[in-house]
Design a protein around this ligand. Structure first.
Ligand code: ADP
Ligand code: MG
Length: 145
């Protein structure tokens, strides 16, 4: 288990942190829950990870709030970016095919608001909790199993 506490002071800092976090996950791609209040920086971190994976430019990564899932493909891994904010029941979650995404050995599955669902909590192999500090400061508590 890896545990790291990190901080950024700007959007650019969080985008760059994507590289560090990508490297932590690269040896064993997995499903990771991103938690933190609205505006904490979950989607911004995914932009940075997508760039580090060479899967997408940060400006092309947008919040999947309404579409629920976005998929990007890099040379090594594919990235599934989910936002479960609007989902209410485990039943609705079933229709997304999360198990299928997770079962791919080359898939990194990053789930915003995954902590709402016990089934996602049980299956996730990592969590990144983001807190909004003063102004543009953000703290990242990274745990990887
Ligand atoms: N250090 C920082 N890291 C990430 N976002 C920041 C930072 N400082 C300010 N922001 C702002 O906070 C917001 C984060 O939004 P977003 O990444 O969509 O959050 P979430 O997905 O957690 O709701 C953006 O408006 C961004 O410009
Ligand atoms: Mg978001």
């Amino acid at each position: 288990m890896i545990e790291k506490r990190l901080k950024t002071r700007s959007v650019g800092g969080t985008l760059a942190l994507g590289q560090t976090i990508y490297e932590l996950m690269l040896p064993a791609p997995r499903m990771v829950i991103l938690s933190g209040e609205l505006g904490a920086g979950k989607t911004t971190l995914v932009k940075g990870i997508a760039e580090a994976m060479v899967a997408a430019k940060s400006e092309d990564v947008t919040s999947p709030t309404f579409t629920l899932v976005h998929e990007y493909r890099g040379p090594k891994l594919r990235l599934y970016h989910l936002d479960l904010y609007r989902l209410e029941t485990e039943q609705e979650l079933l229709t997304l095919g999360l198990e299928e995404m997770e079962s791919q050995p080359d898939a990194l599955v990053l789930v915003e608001w995954g902590e709402k669902f016990p089934s996602v909590m049980q299956r996730a192999r990592g969590a990144i909790a983001i807190s909004h500090l003063e102004g543009d400061e953000r703290a990242f508590m990274v745990r990887m199993l």
